[in-house]
Design a protein around this ligand. Structure first.
Ligand code: LLP
Length: 431
Protein backbone atom coordinates (compact mmCIF):
# COMPACT_ATOMS: atom_id res chain seq x y z
CA UNK A 1 0.00 0.00 0.00
CA UNK A 2 1.83 3.11 -1.27
CA UNK A 3 -0.01 5.41 1.14
CA UNK A 4 1.41 3.52 4.09
CA UNK A 5 4.89 4.54 3.00
CA UNK A 6 4.70 7.79 1.05
CA UNK A 7 7.81 8.91 -0.84
CA UNK A 8 8.05 12.09 1.21
CA UNK A 9 6.92 13.35 4.57
CA UNK A 10 6.26 17.09 4.44
CA UNK A 11 6.86 19.29 7.44
CA UNK A 12 3.12 19.93 7.56
CA UNK A 13 2.50 16.20 8.00
CA UNK A 14 3.96 16.20 11.51
CA UNK A 15 1.51 16.33 14.41
CA UNK A 16 1.98 19.93 15.55
CA UNK A 17 0.42 19.37 18.97
CA UNK A 18 2.78 16.50 19.61
CA UNK A 19 5.80 18.56 18.61
CA UNK A 20 4.62 21.42 20.84
CA UNK A 21 4.27 19.02 23.78
CA UNK A 22 7.79 17.70 23.17
CA UNK A 23 9.19 21.22 23.10
CA UNK A 24 7.39 22.03 26.36
CA UNK A 25 8.75 18.93 28.00
CA UNK A 26 12.31 18.96 26.68
CA UNK A 27 12.89 22.65 25.94
CA UNK A 28 14.32 24.08 22.72
CA UNK A 29 16.23 23.90 20.49
CA UNK A 30 15.24 20.27 20.15
CA UNK A 31 15.81 17.77 17.39
CA UNK A 32 13.07 15.18 16.92
CA UNK A 33 13.91 12.08 14.90
CA UNK A 34 11.11 9.70 13.99
CA UNK A 35 12.54 6.20 13.86
CA UNK A 36 9.41 4.77 12.27
CA UNK A 37 9.80 7.15 9.34
CA UNK A 38 13.52 6.34 9.22
CA UNK A 39 12.58 2.66 8.90
CA UNK A 40 10.05 3.42 6.15
CA UNK A 41 12.74 5.23 4.19
CA UNK A 42 14.99 2.16 4.49
CA UNK A 43 12.15 -0.07 3.34
CA UNK A 44 11.43 2.15 0.32
CA UNK A 45 15.08 1.98 -0.70
CA UNK A 46 15.20 -1.78 -0.28
CA UNK A 47 12.07 -2.35 -2.28
CA UNK A 48 13.16 -0.01 -5.10
CA UNK A 49 16.60 -1.71 -5.24
CA UNK A 50 15.58 -5.24 -4.26
CA UNK A 51 18.80 -7.00 -5.16
CA UNK A 52 21.26 -4.22 -4.48
CA UNK A 53 23.40 -3.87 -1.37
CA UNK A 54 22.08 -0.79 0.39
CA UNK A 55 24.64 0.86 2.64
CA UNK A 56 23.59 3.68 4.90
CA UNK A 57 26.05 6.60 4.81
CA UNK A 58 26.39 6.97 8.56
CA UNK A 59 27.61 10.57 8.35
CA UNK A 60 24.08 11.84 7.70
CA UNK A 61 22.97 10.95 11.23
CA UNK A 62 25.16 8.92 13.57
CA UNK A 63 22.80 8.59 16.52
CA UNK A 64 22.79 5.17 18.10
CA UNK A 65 19.01 4.78 17.80
CA UNK A 66 19.14 5.61 14.09
CA UNK A 67 22.00 3.19 13.49
CA UNK A 68 20.15 0.39 15.24
CA UNK A 69 16.99 1.13 13.27
CA UNK A 70 18.91 1.06 10.01
CA UNK A 71 20.67 -2.16 10.97
CA UNK A 72 17.39 -3.83 11.84
CA UNK A 73 15.97 -2.65 8.52
CA UNK A 74 18.72 -4.64 6.80
CA UNK A 75 21.03 -1.91 5.52
CA UNK A 76 24.82 -2.04 5.81
CA UNK A 77 26.86 0.84 7.25
CA UNK A 78 29.20 3.03 5.22
CA UNK A 79 31.58 4.82 7.58
CA UNK A 80 33.78 7.79 6.73
CA UNK A 81 35.97 7.81 9.82
CA UNK A 82 37.21 5.74 12.74
CA UNK A 83 34.57 7.44 14.86
CA UNK A 84 31.75 6.42 12.55
CA UNK A 85 33.08 2.89 12.40
CA UNK A 86 33.26 2.79 16.17
CA UNK A 87 29.63 3.91 16.39
CA UNK A 88 28.50 1.35 13.83
CA UNK A 89 30.27 -1.44 15.72
CA UNK A 90 28.63 -0.30 18.94
CA UNK A 91 25.25 -0.35 17.20
CA UNK A 92 25.78 -4.02 16.39
CA UNK A 93 26.74 -4.10 12.70
CA UNK A 94 28.70 -7.26 11.92
CA UNK A 95 31.94 -7.01 9.98
CA UNK A 96 30.42 -8.14 6.69
CA UNK A 97 28.05 -5.18 6.87
CA UNK A 98 30.75 -2.58 7.57
CA UNK A 99 32.37 -0.46 4.91
CA UNK A 100 35.00 2.11 5.71
CA UNK A 101 35.59 4.78 3.09
CA UNK A 102 38.94 6.45 3.61
CA UNK A 103 39.31 10.05 2.45
CA UNK A 104 42.83 11.28 3.24
CA UNK A 105 42.64 9.11 6.35
CA UNK A 106 44.63 10.33 9.33
CA UNK A 107 47.15 7.77 10.64
CA UNK A 108 45.12 7.32 13.79
CA UNK A 109 42.06 6.34 11.75
CA UNK A 110 44.01 3.83 9.67
CA UNK A 111 45.57 2.27 12.77
CA UNK A 112 42.12 1.89 14.27
CA UNK A 113 40.48 0.48 11.14
CA UNK A 114 43.26 -2.02 10.42
CA UNK A 115 42.99 -3.14 14.02
CA UNK A 116 39.23 -3.63 13.68
CA UNK A 117 39.77 -5.52 10.41
CA UNK A 118 41.92 -8.04 12.25
CA UNK A 119 38.93 -8.91 14.42
CA UNK A 120 36.34 -8.38 11.67
CA UNK A 121 38.00 -9.70 8.49
CA UNK A 122 34.81 -9.29 6.48
CA UNK A 123 34.99 -5.52 6.78
CA UNK A 124 35.78 -3.71 3.53
CA UNK A 125 38.08 -0.72 3.23
CA UNK A 126 37.47 1.65 0.34
CA UNK A 127 40.49 3.71 -0.69
CA UNK A 128 40.80 6.45 -3.27
CA UNK A 129 44.52 7.16 -3.55
CA UNK A 130 47.58 5.03 -4.22
CA UNK A 131 49.17 6.56 -1.12
CA UNK A 132 46.31 5.20 0.96
CA UNK A 133 46.91 1.72 -0.48
CA UNK A 134 50.57 1.99 0.46
CA UNK A 135 49.71 3.13 3.96
CA UNK A 136 47.33 0.19 4.39
CA UNK A 137 49.98 -2.25 3.16
CA UNK A 138 52.55 -0.69 5.51
CA UNK A 139 50.21 -1.61 8.35
CA UNK A 140 50.09 -5.21 7.19
CA UNK A 141 46.60 -4.95 5.77
CA UNK A 142 45.93 -7.41 2.95
CA UNK A 143 42.16 -7.81 3.34
CA UNK A 144 39.07 -6.74 1.44
CA UNK A 145 39.58 -3.61 -0.59
CA UNK A 146 37.36 -1.49 -2.77
CA UNK A 147 38.87 1.12 -5.07
CA UNK A 148 37.26 4.53 -5.04
CA UNK A 149 37.29 6.07 -8.47
CA UNK A 150 36.85 9.67 -9.48
CA UNK A 151 34.15 9.30 -12.10
CA UNK A 152 34.80 12.74 -13.57
CA UNK A 153 31.13 13.54 -13.36
CA UNK A 154 29.45 15.10 -10.35
CA UNK A 155 26.07 16.21 -9.12
CA UNK A 156 24.63 17.69 -5.96
CA UNK A 157 22.68 20.50 -4.37
CA UNK A 158 25.75 22.74 -4.00
CA UNK A 159 29.28 22.93 -5.40
CA UNK A 160 30.61 22.24 -1.91
CA UNK A 161 29.11 18.74 -1.89
CA UNK A 162 29.64 17.81 -5.54
CA UNK A 163 32.28 15.16 -4.92
CA UNK A 164 32.21 13.29 -8.22
CA UNK A 165 34.18 15.90 -10.12
CA UNK A 166 36.49 16.96 -7.27
CA UNK A 167 40.04 15.58 -7.59
CA UNK A 168 40.09 15.11 -3.82
CA UNK A 169 37.96 12.00 -4.15
CA UNK A 170 39.05 8.79 -5.81
CA UNK A 171 41.64 7.64 -8.30
CA UNK A 172 41.23 9.37 -11.69
CA UNK A 173 38.95 7.27 -13.89
CA UNK A 174 41.51 6.69 -16.62
CA UNK A 175 44.02 5.26 -14.12
CA UNK A 176 41.51 3.16 -12.20
CA UNK A 177 41.93 -0.04 -14.20
CA UNK A 178 45.69 -0.05 -13.74
CA UNK A 179 45.53 0.86 -10.04
CA UNK A 180 42.90 -1.81 -9.35
CA UNK A 181 44.96 -4.49 -11.09
CA UNK A 182 48.10 -3.50 -9.21
CA UNK A 183 46.19 -3.41 -5.94
CA UNK A 184 45.07 -6.99 -6.49
CA UNK A 185 48.64 -8.11 -5.87
CA UNK A 186 48.43 -6.80 -2.32
CA UNK A 187 44.75 -6.90 -1.36
CA UNK A 188 41.56 -8.82 -1.95
CA UNK A 189 40.01 -6.35 -4.39
CA UNK A 190 36.26 -6.84 -4.08
CA UNK A 191 34.72 -3.73 -5.54
CA UNK A 192 34.88 -0.39 -7.28
CA UNK A 193 33.20 2.71 -5.93
CA UNK A 194 32.23 6.22 -7.01
CA UNK A 195 29.99 8.88 -5.53
CA UNK A 196 28.59 11.72 -7.63
CA UNK A 197 27.74 14.08 -4.79
CA UNK A 198 25.01 14.80 -2.34
CA UNK A 199 21.48 15.93 -3.00
CA UNK A 200 20.93 14.71 -6.54
CA UNK A 201 17.59 16.02 -7.70
CA UNK A 202 15.32 14.70 -10.45
CA UNK A 203 16.87 17.11 -12.98
CA UNK A 204 20.39 15.77 -12.32
CA UNK A 205 19.65 12.18 -13.14
CA UNK A 206 21.70 12.37 -16.34
CA UNK A 207 24.87 12.84 -14.30
CA UNK A 208 23.91 9.91 -12.12
CA UNK A 209 23.34 7.75 -15.20
CA UNK A 210 26.64 8.82 -16.69
CA UNK A 211 28.52 7.90 -13.50
CA UNK A 212 26.78 4.56 -13.24
CA UNK A 213 27.47 3.70 -16.84
CA UNK A 214 31.18 4.53 -16.48
CA UNK A 215 31.37 2.36 -13.38
CA UNK A 216 29.70 -0.52 -15.18
CA UNK A 217 32.27 -0.25 -17.97
CA UNK A 218 35.14 -0.17 -15.50
CA UNK A 219 33.86 -3.23 -13.65
CA UNK A 220 33.47 -5.21 -16.87
CA UNK A 221 36.97 -4.24 -17.88
CA UNK A 222 38.27 -5.63 -14.58
CA UNK A 223 36.30 -8.85 -14.39
CA UNK A 224 36.54 -9.71 -18.05
CA UNK A 225 39.76 -8.21 -19.45
CA UNK A 226 41.45 -9.00 -22.69
CA UNK A 227 43.38 -12.15 -21.62
CA UNK A 228 46.47 -10.88 -23.40
CA UNK A 229 46.49 -7.82 -21.14
CA UNK A 230 45.53 -8.88 -17.62
CA UNK A 231 44.06 -11.48 -15.36
CA UNK A 232 40.43 -11.06 -14.35
CA UNK A 233 39.66 -9.66 -10.92
CA UNK A 234 37.23 -11.46 -8.70
CA UNK A 235 35.04 -8.45 -7.92
CA UNK A 236 31.86 -8.74 -5.88
CA UNK A 237 30.21 -5.39 -6.43
CA UNK A 238 30.01 -2.00 -8.10
CA UNK A 239 29.16 0.74 -5.62
CA UNK A 240 27.65 3.78 -7.33
CA UNK A 241 27.46 5.92 -4.18
CA UNK A 242 24.64 7.77 -2.56
CA UNK A 243 23.32 11.26 -3.00
CA UNK A 244 19.63 10.66 -3.62
CA UNK A 245 18.00 14.02 -3.05
CA UNK A 246 14.94 14.72 -0.97
CA UNK A 247 12.45 17.57 -1.45
CA UNK A 248 13.25 20.51 0.82
CA UNK A 249 10.84 23.02 -0.68
CA UNK A 250 7.17 22.36 -0.12
CA UNK A 251 6.55 22.13 -3.86
CA UNK A 252 9.65 20.10 -4.79
CA UNK A 253 8.80 16.78 -6.36
CA UNK A 254 10.26 13.72 -4.64
CA UNK A 255 12.60 11.50 -6.61
CA UNK A 256 10.76 8.66 -8.27
CA UNK A 257 12.89 6.03 -6.58
CA UNK A 258 11.73 3.01 -8.62
CA UNK A 259 12.46 5.01 -11.78
CA UNK A 260 15.91 5.92 -10.45
CA UNK A 261 16.49 2.24 -9.70
CA UNK A 262 15.48 1.26 -13.22
CA UNK A 263 17.69 3.95 -14.73
CA UNK A 264 20.58 2.77 -12.55
CA UNK A 265 20.15 -0.85 -13.61
CA UNK A 266 19.96 0.13 -17.23
CA UNK A 267 22.98 2.43 -17.06
CA UNK A 268 25.21 -0.03 -15.24
CA UNK A 269 24.54 -2.68 -17.86
CA UNK A 270 25.12 -6.39 -17.52
CA UNK A 271 27.17 -7.00 -14.40
CA UNK A 272 27.58 -10.77 -14.92
CA UNK A 273 26.71 -11.62 -11.36
CA UNK A 274 28.32 -8.62 -9.67
CA UNK A 275 26.13 -6.91 -7.11
CA UNK A 276 25.10 -3.29 -7.40
CA UNK A 277 25.61 -1.25 -4.23
CA UNK A 278 24.27 2.17 -3.24
CA UNK A 279 25.12 4.41 -0.28
CA UNK A 280 22.28 6.75 0.60
CA UNK A 281 22.54 8.88 3.73
CA UNK A 282 20.20 11.84 3.42
CA UNK A 283 17.38 9.80 1.91
CA UNK A 284 17.22 7.60 5.00
CA UNK A 285 17.00 10.26 7.67
CA UNK A 286 16.23 13.72 6.25
CA UNK A 287 12.44 13.86 6.30
CA UNK A 288 12.34 11.84 9.53
CA UNK A 289 13.76 14.78 11.51
CA UNK A 290 12.67 18.25 12.53
CA UNK A 291 14.36 20.93 14.60
CA UNK A 292 12.12 22.78 17.03
CA UNK A 293 13.05 26.32 17.98
CA UNK A 294 11.35 29.02 20.02
CA UNK A 295 10.85 32.64 18.95
CA UNK A 296 12.39 34.98 21.52
CA UNK A 297 12.50 38.31 19.70
CA UNK A 298 10.47 39.92 16.94
CA UNK A 299 12.07 43.05 15.58
CA UNK A 300 10.42 45.08 12.85
CA UNK A 301 13.02 47.20 11.02
CA UNK A 302 12.70 49.43 7.97
CA UNK A 303 14.33 46.70 5.86
CA UNK A 304 12.79 43.54 7.18
CA UNK A 305 11.22 41.89 10.17
CA UNK A 306 13.79 39.85 12.02
CA UNK A 307 12.46 36.91 13.99
CA UNK A 308 15.01 35.86 16.60
CA UNK A 309 14.99 32.20 17.63
CA UNK A 310 17.02 30.02 19.98
CA UNK A 311 18.48 27.77 17.25
CA UNK A 312 21.19 29.04 14.97
CA UNK A 313 23.96 27.96 12.67
CA UNK A 314 25.51 26.02 15.55
CA UNK A 315 22.43 23.79 15.67
CA UNK A 316 21.66 23.63 11.94
CA UNK A 317 24.59 24.71 9.80
CA UNK A 318 23.16 23.95 6.37
CA UNK A 319 21.51 27.31 5.63
CA UNK A 320 24.67 29.24 6.58
CA UNK A 321 27.02 26.84 4.82
CA UNK A 322 25.15 26.00 1.63
CA UNK A 323 22.35 28.58 1.55
CA UNK A 324 20.20 25.50 2.03
CA UNK A 325 16.44 25.86 2.16
CA UNK A 326 14.60 24.21 5.04
CA UNK A 327 10.84 24.49 5.27
CA UNK A 328 9.68 26.31 8.40
CA UNK A 329 6.25 25.99 9.94
CA UNK A 330 4.91 28.18 12.73
CA UNK A 331 3.30 25.92 15.31
CA UNK A 332 2.09 28.85 17.43
CA UNK A 333 2.09 29.03 21.18
CA UNK A 334 2.58 32.78 21.70
CA UNK A 335 0.31 34.15 24.42
CA UNK A 336 -2.72 36.15 23.24
CA UNK A 337 -2.22 35.26 19.59
CA UNK A 338 -4.63 33.40 17.36
CA UNK A 339 -3.66 30.04 15.91
CA UNK A 340 -1.00 30.49 13.20
CA UNK A 341 -3.53 29.50 10.53
CA UNK A 342 -5.54 32.59 11.46
CA UNK A 343 -2.62 35.00 11.16
CA UNK A 344 -1.59 36.74 7.95
CA UNK A 345 1.47 35.50 6.07
CA UNK A 346 4.35 37.88 6.70
CA UNK A 347 7.75 37.99 5.07
CA UNK A 348 10.42 37.54 7.72
CA UNK A 349 14.05 36.63 8.25
CA UNK A 350 14.55 34.01 10.94
CA UNK A 351 17.87 34.55 12.71
CA UNK A 352 19.69 32.63 15.42
CA UNK A 353 21.68 33.80 18.45
CA UNK A 354 25.15 33.61 16.84
CA UNK A 355 27.18 36.76 16.18
CA UNK A 356 27.41 36.27 12.44
CA UNK A 357 25.32 37.83 9.71
CA UNK A 358 25.09 34.44 8.02
CA UNK A 359 23.34 32.98 11.05
CA UNK A 360 19.87 32.82 9.55
CA UNK A 361 17.56 29.87 9.05
CA UNK A 362 15.74 31.65 6.24
CA UNK A 363 15.50 35.10 4.66
CA UNK A 364 12.47 36.88 3.22
CA UNK A 365 10.26 33.89 3.88
CA UNK A 366 6.48 34.16 4.21
CA UNK A 367 5.45 32.61 7.53
CA UNK A 368 2.25 32.88 9.55
CA UNK A 369 3.25 36.08 11.37
CA UNK A 370 5.57 34.82 14.14
CA UNK A 371 5.23 36.26 17.63
CA UNK A 372 7.36 35.97 20.75
CA UNK A 373 6.79 32.55 22.33
CA UNK A 374 5.84 30.77 19.12
CA UNK A 375 7.40 27.44 18.31
CA UNK A 376 8.83 26.96 14.83
CA UNK A 377 9.38 23.56 13.26
CA UNK A 378 12.32 23.55 10.87
CA UNK A 379 11.69 20.64 8.57
CA UNK A 380 13.76 18.04 6.74
CA UNK A 381 16.43 18.45 9.41
CA UNK A 382 17.17 14.79 10.07
CA UNK A 383 20.18 14.61 7.75
CA UNK A 384 23.34 16.63 8.43
CA UNK A 385 21.47 18.50 11.15
CA UNK A 386 22.65 17.47 14.59
CA UNK A 387 25.63 15.91 12.80
CA UNK A 388 27.05 19.27 11.86
CA UNK A 389 26.12 20.99 15.12
CA UNK A 390 28.97 22.64 16.95
CA UNK A 391 29.69 24.77 20.00
CA UNK A 392 30.69 28.04 18.36
CA UNK A 393 29.91 31.09 20.50
CA UNK A 394 30.13 28.60 23.40
CA UNK A 395 26.65 27.33 22.73
CA UNK A 396 25.93 23.87 24.11
CA UNK A 397 24.51 21.51 21.49
CA UNK A 398 20.76 20.84 21.54
CA UNK A 399 18.95 17.74 22.78
CA UNK A 400 17.43 15.11 20.54
CA UNK A 401 14.44 12.88 21.12
CA UNK A 402 13.65 9.80 19.08
CA UNK A 403 10.08 8.76 18.40
CA UNK A 404 9.14 5.18 17.94
CA UNK A 405 5.58 3.91 17.97
CA UNK A 406 4.65 7.33 19.31
CA UNK A 407 6.96 6.95 22.32
CA UNK A 408 9.56 9.67 22.85
CA UNK A 409 13.01 8.95 24.28
CA UNK A 410 15.78 11.46 24.89
CA UNK A 411 18.61 9.97 22.83
CA UNK A 412 21.00 12.90 23.09
CA UNK A 413 20.75 14.98 26.21
CA UNK A 414 21.08 18.72 25.93
CA UNK A 415 24.65 19.79 26.57
CA UNK A 416 25.23 21.93 29.65
CA UNK A 417 27.58 24.86 30.03
CA UNK A 418 29.96 22.58 31.93
CA UNK A 419 30.22 20.35 28.82
CA UNK A 420 31.86 23.23 26.98
CA UNK A 421 35.04 23.03 29.01
CA UNK A 422 35.38 19.33 29.78
CA UNK A 423 38.40 18.90 27.48
CA UNK A 424 40.24 21.96 28.76
CA UNK A 425 43.11 22.21 31.19
CA UNK A 426 43.98 25.50 32.83
CA UNK A 427 47.61 26.46 32.19
CA UNK A 428 49.74 27.74 35.03
CA UNK A 429 50.36 30.98 33.16
CA UNK A 430 49.56 34.13 35.08
CA UNK A 431 48.68 32.48 38.33
N1 LLP B 1 28.82 8.02 0.06
C1 LLP B 1 29.88 8.86 0.12
C2 LLP B 1 31.21 8.37 -0.25
C3 LLP B 1 29.68 10.19 0.52
O1 LLP B 1 30.72 11.02 0.57
C4 LLP B 1 28.39 10.63 0.87
C5 LLP B 1 28.15 12.01 1.30
C6 LLP B 1 27.33 9.71 0.82
C7 LLP B 1 27.60 8.41 0.39
C8 LLP B 1 25.93 10.04 1.19
O2 LLP B 1 25.38 11.10 0.46
P1 LLP B 1 23.83 11.42 0.67
O3 LLP B 1 23.06 10.23 0.22
O4 LLP B 1 23.62 11.70 2.10
O5 LLP B 1 23.59 12.63 -0.15
N2 LLP B 1 26.74 18.10 4.67
C9 LLP B 1 26.18 18.09 3.34
C10 LLP B 1 26.23 16.74 2.70
C11 LLP B 1 27.62 16.17 2.56
C12 LLP B 1 27.64 14.78 2.01
C13 LLP B 1 29.01 14.24 1.86
N3 LLP B 1 29.08 12.90 1.39
C14 LLP B 1 24.74 18.62 3.41
O6 LLP B 1 24.29 18.94 4.50
O7 LLP B 1 24.10 18.75 2.39
Amino acid sequence: DADANPPVRRTGDWDGDRLAALADEHDTPLYVQDLDRTRENCERLRSAFPDADVRYAVKAHTGRAVLETVREAGLDAECASAGELDRALAAGFDGDRLHYTAVNPPARDLDYVVDVAEREPDLTITAGAVDTLDRLAERGYDGRLCLRVNPGVGAGHHAKVTTGSAPKFGVPYDRATRVAREAAARFDVVGVHAHAGSGIDPDQLDSHRELVSRMGDLARDLIDPDPAVADPLDLEYVDVGGGFGVPYREDDEPLDLPAVADATREAVGDLSGLALAIEPGRYVVADAGVLLTRVNTVKPTPEETVVGVDAGMTDLLRPAMYDAYHPIRNLGGAADEPAPADREATSVTVAGPICETGDTLCRDRALSRPARGDLLAVGVAGAYGYEMANQYNSRPRPAEVALTDGEATVVRRRERLADLTTVEEAPEVGR
